[in-house]
Design a protein around this ligand. Sequence first.
Ligand code: OOB
Length: 548
Amino acid sequence: MLFGCTAWPAEFAARYRQAGYWSGQTLGDMLRERAVTVTERIAVVDDEHRLSYGEFDARVDGLVAGFRELGVLPRDRVVVQLPNIAAFLEVLFALFRLGAVPVLALPSHRSSEIRYFCEHSAASAYVIADTDLGFDYRTLAAEVTAAVPSLRHVIVCGEPDRFTALEELRRPPGTAPGPAPGDVALLLLSGGSTGLPKLIPRTHDDYLYNVRASAQVCRLGPHSTYLAALPVAHNFPLSSPGILGTLDAGGKVVLARRPAPDTVLPLIHAEQVTITAAVPPLAGVWLGAAAASGHDLSSLKILQVGGATLSTSLAQRIEPTFGCTLQQVFGMAEGLLCYTRLDDPDELRLATQGRPVSPDDEIRIVDDADQPVAPGTPGHLLARGPYTIRGYYKAEQHNVTAFTTDGFYRTGDIVRLTPEGYLVVEGRAKDQINRGGDKIPAQEVENHLLAHPAVAEAAVVAIPDEYLGERSCAFIVPRGPAPTPAELLRFVRQRGLAAFKVPDRVEIVEALPKTGVGKVSKNDLRAAVRQDIPTDTQNASPQHQDAR
Ligand code: OOB
């Protein structure tokens, strides 16, 4: 294990190994094995590459040698922020093989988030694209390197400017001793509900099990072609079963540079995609476009939808339009994954979020006092199991409340269990906004708003939205003359907050409703939003909306 991480207690680790969940293989070795068994098959396709397993494996080994020569050591943390391109996977597997630990940032993260990830993980390197979607990541890297002393290397895919080009790191394939299967393979980001996002340590053993168990549920094999349309750094497309599941099965991974239907639908046809994943709003957009597009989508067998609540009406339209099976996925980067099964009856596939993937996933549904609720009653979901973490990275204090004393993770989700043992997500107890699958920790945004000299109090809550499910609304009590909403939005953007976290709407109010103990009553705020403010009226400026 890596310092700063909580291991599974010995008796649990022994049990998971004995049951065969933890296979003792590393992710790097998994790819090596495929490169031997299906050398000539196509592993990874992007706009510019079509790499066989043999080629992909050799390119990974070349980068291992390059990273080593640069001075990136086993256990070093490396923040990786790349779009959906083959280089992401080459870097990821090179770091896996080296035993360095990738920290997977999203392309939408900006200086506030990236600086924190680098500082908190004491990262020695940061890997970026030169530009993407008009944004220059080298400018961001210059800002972050100036602020974070541990950061020794910036590696750029594309034009490096004053940094190191990824292409310069390519060497003849070399070998390295490699990590142990119980070591931390990567650090994922939590959706978070507190002031700062948490880092989630996943071991080779636990992550590979998560991937293989998921691949089995989706019946992946060498015939499978997975299309990654969601950002590859996210746990859903990466490992549920996603890219890693497909590579383990010897299938083909197709990386879509953009999730828009004019990219995705032609790719499904051209590459004969069999499975892909979307968050509900994206599934809705694909659905609207698919009916009119005329693209032959008959290769598609499974459309996975998860990350946020899928409405029954959208769920009902997916199978007839795409001619494939809808699979609902309820998961979290911390571990627990629930899937509807491919042969489940309609009522389970369309109206539940599935059941856990492992026979050894333990779930409890409890009340506020951690006591089990009556069967079928909504309650807090707690989870423990062979791939659910026992603690966040370097977050001792937070771990005390985020986990029960017997090691269950408090998911912050409110769920109920159906008689068949399937979960239905009913709501959320955590202070977070789920903006179409993008998670916004309310407190993080509030802290940025409170940094403005004219803001006395700030509270960010979810407001219902027909397209995204939820959007964010910031209630502001001014100090002195009220700032305009546009000024506040400019302010948080300038502080380097990812665009999806910038409030969709700002309401200036005289006071915030308080609970009996003097805390801001977010329930009252949410109720006020529902009653008073029509959800189609946005205070945000048009430029703001365009900025997304
Ligand atoms: C996935 O992972 P995260 O870490 O971005 O977010 C986890 C949270 C859950 O705790 C829940 O609040 C929400 O996202 N969520 C859903 C959901 N799936 C996730 N809420 C309602 N319905 C669903 N189907 O979002 C994630 C990770 C792996 C696979 C799929 C999703």
